[in-house]
Design a binder for this molecule. Structure first.
Ligand code: IVH
Length: 692
């Protein structure tokens, strides 16, 4: 799309504009912003930081505000829609949107190839194979270089106008150099997707706001297209692959560009015009056996892609040949989808259990008739909260579709009401705690029902399990099962009792030889000297994870210093926001919690931050973050090395970060860090060298 020379001159221009913003003129500024959007959203290779981009963008807004008559419809500022201005009017496609015939195995593919060869009277056919993107299909119309309309698939003949929402997808250009190719109007097809990472982030946000999570990236993408408010669409970080030119007209006197003789040529043209077409993902293969081998291999590697695909699409590469074969009333005869083995399955929702967590949240868990999906047997799926059950209208005895998408935890996609026989029963959410019978409560802003009984045995047990867990006090050889067993036997009623166990009785229990008792004793004793952050994390304060616990510990001397800190003071700690500060403040203003901490102190547990003044090592004052899988060191070892040398581990990418250490399969953190020029991005080997 951009030549090396263009990139270099655009970068020089960027530099000079950032240094002297007043010298910028409207047109070069727009060109520059488009270039940087392309680098970021299509190529995922940003060349400037978010801050620098914003500086340029704000300058454009300023110039356009001063001269509104100079605003053009493809200006980067014109993506932002007014709130709620979506029309969703029905519009006819220029050419109907067909679907593809499906194939599932080598036999189907051989069949397809045989028919095509017979129709074409050819010995062998060259195919172009590309991913079958698992999202929502769209159709775009460009006229005189400008995007004029975007539609959903609808019934294939007409779809809904979603132009304003599509403009929020930055990898879709608002204008393209159609005229350079002698094209006047062009209709193209593609798929809107949400990457696995964006999907995970999106669900995290939903969870944090106590809202029902979405089952898969496809639903998330499809749902986004019909949102009333384009601003919300912009926040969802959608992406789009464009894979098909369905129609075009030429400007007067122009002839069809040579490149439009083949499908692979059309992908190249789309790429050159600035679209994210599967230009790099496509593969040209000269016979069907090669296609079959490629499909088999690709299916095994599907999880390595950063987005979901549900198969591959095999297209005859030559357009003349495509035309010769034509189509049936439903499908083109020149293309077929090869569908990967489903990671969806249907099963029966047999029962629902209501589990009480350490914060009292009651989570409904679906107990399913066991079923295998993608090599894993699934018999139990969290349903998160009551809303999830109601929204999906799930009933006991229902046949449900469940899905395990990539690395995403299994979800219930939907029930199949047409398979009901009348015996299905409504799921009644309990009004009282299933463990202690205390009346459940739900805050207005939350979706979860909670048991607020401080002595609810389920919560006591879960809190103890958390307290001894690996990332907390790390009392090895305890384990969930022993905690439950000791609790039931009344050998262990609360956290302090962990340090006062009756080993005489425990030693007589089945499975507890002298060695295991000794191990347990040693582990409990060793936990007393754990660093302060572990204790803070182990207490199970809401919203305080391991990293926040470390931040808190680094800012105090004694744990009870927290009694004297205001919410505002807590918020001044890195990564501690309003919600977290409030929760910490509440915890340390509850007499029961203070009594618990004092009791633990009297039992000999460390309450002190031992190295409040940073270790004066060679990493003193530097912030580090690790991302991806490390191959030489364990993550915890690497982090300890940083801290041992006076450095800090931070929880996220921000301008405060000095070093991002990148392991294998790094994801969004790396992408984010690339946009902040001050962050040094180093490999694991660089890191090892650095600390030595
Ligand atoms: S080509 C006339 N290519 O799969 C051919 N479709 O039933 C038009 N899809 O509705 C489709 N990735 O939404 C094509 N690389 C790809 C695709 C793709 C995903 C979707 C598309 C279509 C459905 C096929």
């Amino acid at each position: 799309m951009y030549t090396k020379a263009e990139i270099s001159s655009l970068q020089t221009l960027t530099k000079s504009f950032i240094e002297h913003p007043k010298t910028i003129e409207l047109n070069p500024l727009r060109k520059l912003l488009k270039f940087h959007e392309y680098q970021y959203y299509v190529l995922a290779q940003p060349l400037i930081s978010d801050y620098e981009y914003d500086t340029l963008y704000q300058q454009l807004v300023k110039l356009e505000t001063a001269s509104p008559h100079l605003i053009v419809s493809d200006s980067p500022t014109q993506r932002v829609g007014n709130s709620l201005n979506n029309s969703f009017e029905t519009v006819a496609h220029l050419v109907p949107m067909l679907s593809l015939e499906n194939s599932y195995n080598a036999e189907d593919l051989n069949d397809f190839d045989r028919k095509a060869r017979e129709g074409a009277l050819l010995e062998e056919i060259t195919y172009c194979v590309e991913p079958k993107f698992d999202g929502a299909s769209i159709s775009l119309v460009y006229e005189n270089d400008l995007l004029i309309r975007a539609c959903t698939r609808g019934d294939g003949v007409a779809g809904e106008d979603i132009t304003q929402n599509i403009k929020q997808i930055r990898s879709i250009p608002l204008s393209i150099p159609l005229s350079d190719y002698g094209i006047q109007q062009m209709e193209i097809r593609g798929e809107v997707i949400m990457s696995k990472q964006s999907f995970a982030n999106f669900n995290e946000k939903l969870k944090a706001n106590q809202m029902a999570v979405l089952a898969n990236p496809r639903n998330a993408a499809a749902g986004s297209l019909r949102m009333k408010d384009p601003k919300e669409v912009a926040e969802r970080n959608l992406d789009a692959f464009i894979y098909h030119i369905s129609y075009f007209t030429l400007t007067q006197g122009a002839s069809t560009p040579q490149i439009l003789k083949t499908h692979s040529g059309s992908l190249e043209l789309l790429w050159n015009m600035g679209f994210r077409s599967p230009q790099k993902e496509k593969k040209l293969i000269s016979n069907i056996q090669g296609v079959i081998d490629f499909c088999t291999q690709f299916e095994m590697e599907r999880d390595t892609l950063p987005y979901e695909i549900d198969g591959l699409v095999i297209k005859i590469n030559d357009f003349d040949l495509q035309e010769k074969l034509g189509m049936t009333s439903h499908h083109p005869r020149w293309a077929i989808a090869y569908k990967f083995k489903a990671r969806q399955a249907t099963t029966i929702l047999e029962n629902v259990e209501f589990q009480v967590g350490r914060t009292g949240a009651v989570t409904p868990v679906a107990k399913l008739k066991a079923v295998a999906i993608g090599g894993v047997t699934v018999s139990s799926i969290s349903m998160h909260n009551e809303e999830y059950i109601r929204e999906k209208d799930l009933r006991l005895g229902d046949t449900v579709i469940i899905e395990r998408a990539g690395d995403v935890i299994p979800q219930i996609v939907q029930s199949i009401p047409s398979l009901r026989n009348g015996s299905e029963a409504i799921i009644h959410f309990p009004t009282t705690c299933p463990i202690c019978d205390y009346t459940l409560e739900k805050e207005e802003t939350e979706a979860v029902w909670r048991c607020n009984n401080p002595v609810c045995s389920a919560q006591i047990v879960e809190r103890m399990i958390h307290f001894v867990s690996k990332d907390a006090m790390d009392i090895k050889s305890f384990g969930d099962a022993n905690i439950r067993k000791f609790y039931e036997m009344e050998l262990l009623k609360n956290i302090p009792q962990i340090y006062n166990l009756n080993f005489e009785i425990i030693g007589k229990l089945e499975g507890f030889g002298k060695k295991s008792v000794d191990n347990l004793k040693t582990a409990i004793e060793a936990s007393k000297t754990q660093p302060l952050y572990r204790l803070i994390y182990a207490l199970g304060i809401r919203f305080v994870g391991e990293t926040t616990a470390k931040t808190i510990a680094a800012n105090i001397h004694h744990i009870l210093d927290l009694e004297n800190l205001s919410e505002e003071q807590l918020q001044s700690f890195e990564d501690v926001g309003v919600k977290v500060a409030k929760s910490i403040h509440q915890y340390f203003h509850d007499a029961k919690n203070i009594a618990l901490i004092k009791e633990l102190a009297s039992l000999g547990l460390n309450m002190i931050q031992t190295n409040t003044t940073a270790v004066d090592g060679n990493l003193s004052g530097l912030n580090f973050l690790f991302t991806g899988t490390l191959t030489q060191l364990k993550r915890s070892e690497a982090e300890a090395m940083v801290e041992g040398r006076g450095g800090h581990i931070v929880s996220g990418v921000s301008s405060k970060l000095n070093y991002l250490v990148v392991g294998e399969d790094a994801g969004s953190k790396l992408e984010k860090a690339k946009k902040i020029a001050s962050i040094k991005i180093i490999s694991e080997s660089d890191f090892v060298e650095l600390i030595n």
